[in-house]
Design a protein around this ligand. Structure first.
Ligand code: C2E
Ligand code: MG
Ligand code: MG
Length: 271
């Protein structure tokens, strides 16, 4: 019975891996964009690109359910290239003050041509490098440290911003701040979600914001769902806020409607 279960699991993974491979050719991926706002004011400062997979048989599959397998099989490389090209192309059509953030997988650092891919995505779209932000997690620094650090410096030389995602959840977050001069730190949702109930979470968020300020790095709070959280984040001096309170990930046409609709003004009235 145990062997049967294992075999079923292995077959399911194989099927998922094969579907993933076809998904790029079949154009089953789409990018959704979640707005990021300045936490002090109400201005939309940018968006984060979040990949979605719509498969005719499987329906909508979330990134948590396919990115790890795409990383294992290497499918993340062509997928990551597509995401970069698409995000840059979309953002090039948006108002100049709107930046676009793209998540990078550690596997993309191993392919050998990450810098060239990003340069090509910028050149072909015409997006100025200072409107692109690259989000990495500390696993990029964990594996193959020296090589990846060199790549991060090369990317920075292109003029793009480097952002440390999910900050505070890893093993030795503080030491990563010494290894590279990040432009921005994203405070993990875990700390934001309990901000109003737990004084220790509030203390950590305050400390991260203070630390980032003295290191000349901006901060984005992830997963802001309540107005109370936003008030505390503002008081802590957090630079940007992102979360369901301010806007859920949506398609680019929904996003543009929101922007043209004056989302910032409506938000301002609410606060
Ligand atoms: P992430 O980069 O930390 O992205 C933020 C995730 O939090 C997104 O989930 C977003 O929908 C969700 N989120 C945003 N605001 C809220 C909120 O207020 N409350 C709650 N509960 N959740 C919120 P999503 O889209 O499912 O993405 C999950 C993760 O998958 C991302 O975490 C990122 O690590 C990865 N991912 C997504 N898109 C890409 C991509 O294009 N490339 C790579 N390499 N990874 C991606
Ligand atoms: Mg991210
Ligand atoms: Mg994150």
């Amino acid at each position: 019975m145990f062997e049967d279960a294992l075999e079923r699991q292995a077959n399911a993974r194989l099927a998922l891996a094969m579907d993933l491979r076809n998904a790029i050719v079949e154009q089953e991926f789409a990018l959704h964009y979640q707005p990021v706002f300045t936490s002090a004011g109400t201005r939309m400062a940018g968006v984060e690109a979040l990949v979605r997979w719509r498969n005719p048989q499987r329906g909508l599959v979330g990134p948590q359910d396919f990115i790890p397998l795409a990383e294992e099989t290497g499918a993340i490389v062509p997928l990551g290239q597509w995401i970069l090209r698409q995000a840059c192309r979309d953002a090039a059509a948006w108002p100049l003050h709107i930046k676009v953030a793209v998540n990078l997988s550690p596997v993309q650092f191993r392919t050998g041509n990450l810098v060239e891919c990003i340069e090509a995505a910028l050149n072909s779209s015409g997006l100025p490098a200072n409107r692109l932000e690259l989000e990495i997690t500390e696993t990029v620094l964990l594996k193959n440290n020296a090589h990846n650090l060199q790549l991060l410096h090369q990317l920075r030389e292109l003029g793009v911003a480097i952002v440390l995602d999910d900050f505070g959840t890893g093993y030795s977050s503080m030491s990563y701040l010494l290894s590279f001069p990040f432009d921005k730190i994203k405070i993990d949702r875990k700390f934001v979600s309990e901000l109003t109930q737990r004084t220790d979470c509030a203390a950590i968020v305050n400390a991260i914001c203070g630390l980032a300020r003295s290191l000349n790095m901006a901060t984005t709070a992830e997963g802001v769902e309540t107005h109370e959280q936003l008030v505390l984040l503002r008081a802590a001096g957090c630079t940007f806020a992102q979360g369901y309170l301010l806007g859920r990930p949506c398609t680019k046409s929904q996003l543009l409607i929101e922007a043209a609709d004056g989302a910032a003004i409506r938000l301002g009235n609410r606060m």
